[in-house]
Design a protein around this ligand. Structure first.
Ligand SMILES: Cc1cc2nc3c(=O)[nH]c(=O)nc-3n(C[C@H](O)[C@H](O)[C@H](O)COP(=O)(O)OP(=O)(O)OC[C@H]3O[C@@H](n4cnc5c(N)ncnc54)[C@H](O)[C@@H]3O)c2cc1C
Length: 390
């Protein structure tokens, strides 16, 4: 008989793990308190920027980003085929601009250790920069060019993943309401009770609750210090300027999407679990857009929205089996990089699932000890920041 995996949370991380389990022949149920993909995953800009996100050194997190990035083209193509939905992957390359001479130093520091690892990464002076990206203003001090970096349309990728999971037989349970109980019997069997669907039994549980992951700390017996960091973001549609590359500036980033829009993000503010878009947050992006691109001066974005990034205390995700709870896994805390890191996270989860949770080192870089869910120690009753806890 097929074993059942219950995935808690239908964001990109939960859906990616679910897809991996379905390929291994598991019966899969995905339960979300709200819309599938309705939180951070549906809000993301979808940049796949492992070099930009790692300024300091080639540590375990950089290796994880690179592992996931390398998996992206084949992973996306497979999901698109399974779903019949395109995710809008564009290998655009990126430009990290230096506004003034003083900005160059840190970018040249990055170039020093990343150029040997990134195909074609180079420093561009102002002339070369304006030839490559004519929409940029004159007078910049140059840019770090990374031809490899790419982007996807995150909402479309989430939709494709959800459809691929359904086509492989997954049961999707959106609007499940709150979890009112989680139990594990003496024989290891798991059950979760939801307000809307009653009790669901499972042989394995994958906890992918994004910014809300702390609510299971008590039951897991682990400190899960995941905190929401609000990201406010906007889109000009149709794009008043055309960009070939992702452009990272000091105040914001800009990326043109295949649907003809220009996305500009994103704030990083602490507002608890509030997803409100504020004048202060989006106004800063609008001002930065006007300074960077004269064609955007005075233009109003067509849309603005916000999402809650799941940030851990050390900035690194929590991925792996929960010590002392057989068949229970955590995949959460991907902060600014959950879209990028989903293929590697799912591969590691798939490795553990196939090996019954015991084997470390299967499934690539995400299976590293550096990301183990137990690294913050045992739960001591201090993680309940939100009313919704089990
Ligand atoms: C503005 C913005 C821009 C971003 N840009 C990028 C980018 O360019 N590249 C990149 O890689 N990353 C980006 N990110 C980060 C990325 O979006 C996140 O890291 C990623 O989406 C996290 O995925 P997740 O599945 O863990 O969380 P989520 O997508 O938040 O999913 C968690 C799910 O758990 C559900 N849930 C909560 N409580 C319960 C419960 N009790 N029962 C059932 N379900 C529950 C929620 O409803 C939610 O759907 C961005 C984020 C933001 C906000």
């Amino acid at each position: 008989m097929k074993r059942t995996l219950l995935v808690l949370g239908g964001g990109i991380v939960g859906l990616s793990c679910a897809y991996e389990a379905l390929k291994q022949g598991w019966r899969v149920i995905i339960a979300d308190r709200g819309e599938i993909g309705g939180q951070a995953s549906g809000a993301a800009a979808g940049m796949l920027a492992p070099y930009y996100e790692n300024g300091d050194s080639p540590d375990a997190f950089f290796r994880l980003c690179m592992d996931s990035f390398a998996r992206y083209p084949a992973w996306t193509a497979e999901i698109e085929d399974a779903a019949g939905v395109r995710a809008g992957l564009v290998r655009s390359g990126s430009l990290h601009v230096a506004h003034r001479d003083a900005d160059r130093l840190s970018l040249l520091g990055r170039l020093a250790w990343q150029s040997g690892l990134s195909r074609g990464m180079e420093w561009l002076n102002e002339t070369a920069l304006s030839q490559l990206e004519p929409s940029l203003p004159r007078g910049l001090a140059g840019a770090l060019y990374c031809p490899e970096e790419a982007h996807v349309q995150a909402p479309l990728l989430v939709k494709a993943l959800a459809r691929a999971c359904e086509r492989l037989g997954a049961r999707l349970l959106p609007h499940a309401g709150e979890m009112t109980a989680v139990n594990q019997g003496a024989s290891g069997g798991l059950s979760v009770r939801f307000e809307e669907y009653g009790t669901i039994g499972a042989d394995a549980l994958c906890c992918c609750l994004g910014a809300w992951s702390g609510q299971l700390a008590d039951w897991l017996g682990l400190r899960i210090p995941v905190h929401p960091i609000r990201g406010q973001i906007c889109a000009y549609d149709p794009a008043p300027v055309s960009l070939r590359h992702i452009v990272f500036g000091a105040q914001a980033y800009w990326v043109c999407k295949p649907d003809g829009s220009l996305v500009c993000g994103a704030s990083e503010d602490e507002a608890g679990f509030d997803r409100t878009v504020t004048e202060g947050g989006v106004g800063r992006l609008v001002r930065a857009s006007g300074w960077m691109f004269p064609g955007l001066a005075g233009a109003a974005p067509a849309r603005s929205w916000a999402g809650l990034r799941p940030a851990t205390l050390d900035g690194w995700p929590l991925i792996g089996p929960v010590p002392g709870r057989s068949g229970v896994y955590v995949a959460a805390g991907h902060y600014r990089n959950g879209i990028l890191l989903s293929p590697a996270t799912a591969a590691a989860f798939g490795g553990w699932l196939a090996a019954g949770g015991g084997a470390r080192g299967v499934g690539g870089e995400a299976a590293s000890h550096a990301f183990r869910p137990g690294r913050f120690g045992h739960y001591a009753g201090d993680e309940r920041k939100e009313a919704t806890s089990v």
